[in-house]
Design a protein around this ligand. Sequence first.
Ligand code: NAD
Ligand code: DAU
Length: 354
Amino acid sequence: VRTPRRLLVTGGAGFIGANFVLHWCDRYPDDRMVVLDALTYAGNRNNLASLAEKENFRFVEGNICDRALVDRLLQEENIDTVAHFAAESHVDRSILGPGAFVETNVVGTFTLLEAFRQHWKNTSLASGLFLHVSTDEVYGTLGPDDPAFTETTPYAPNSPYSASKAGSDHLARAYYHTYGMPTIITNCSNNYGPYQFPEKLIPLMCINALIGKNLPVYGDGQNIRDWLFVLDHCLALDTVIHNGKPGETYNIGGNNEVKNIDLVHILCDLMDELAPNLPVRPCKDLITFVKDRPGHDRRYAINSTKLQTELGWKPSVTVEEGMRKTVQWYLNNEDWWKPLLSEEYQAYYSKIYS
Ligand code: NAD
Ligand code: DAU
């Protein structure tokens, strides 16, 4: 019999966090779910609107760097499981302004770890867990013939974003080794799906196609990413929370390596098929090669054999199904993405794509 858990989910109003919270509340309605989110430009309260009336759900607007707040939540909610998603997550923004990445990703993670260490000591939690959600970008970049990243690939982060995530991973690891605190780290490849902020490649291409704007492909478009549908990431985290071993790292990936330019063509074909009123058709006429991202990693590929063989997870959505669902979601949810194309977003956009 499963004992109900009491979770604190940081960053639960963001893309993956919201998908995770919705999944968890649906699957485990008796669990207590507390979301802590600062509602930065990437956080959106509407993502969790369907949970507003739910008794076991609480949303707290606040910063993970606020130690007093984190201490209070851990204690008053008697939390046993922290699922830590909150982060500054966009590589291009980390190039423009790395400070916020060090603050949230490194100092914020440190604050949570310290608070949980104290709480864990005070309460002698039998089944406590601190799940640190991280990225494959900490491993750096691969050449065309290199084997995919495994859990023992040395860290070699190349952007301020990935360097800040690497720092936070090292802290989470150290808290297990030094204090025996039950931490688990997951390193996942590129996610896509509903609720992803428009700055990221897939929503950006869908939204730009819908409003007749250029589809900007960095460099020669030959960079490779390994794509995973967000629900499969959430299911992997569910598996790790229930069956993962403290002190371990698990890689998560979909085994779906695609070149950026090929992906943009797939999206254009789906748009042509699914969107009746495209301003420009065929959509691929909008593709424009633009200046490359500085330090742009060439290839990511994740080996998730450990998670598959030790814990029995495997991806359930094919890239074809997932891309179709995702394009359809952006087509159906203009009310969600339109308000996000704010002045702040336009200012960011002109800096990156000028
Ligand atoms: P996101 O940018 O969509 O959401 C981040 C959330 O964190 C937002 O709701 C934001 O308001 C919140 N947040 C930011 N700073 C905060 C702070 N100081 N205090 C409290 N809340 C704060 O990010 P995402 O894409 O959902 O990524 C979630 C996590 O997963 C991140 O840790 C990221 O590194 C990791 N990850 C992302 C991907 C991906 O493809 N998107 C892949 C692997 C791992
Ligand atoms: O690998 C996991 C990581 O995936 C996560 O840790 C990050 O939080 C997440 O943002 C994502 O990082 P990427 O930099 O890979 O994602 P992004 O969507 O920004 O870009 C995907 C690829 O597309 C990358 O090679 C850059 C390219 N790109 C991106 C944008 C926004 C373009 O060619 N044009 C664009 O306009």
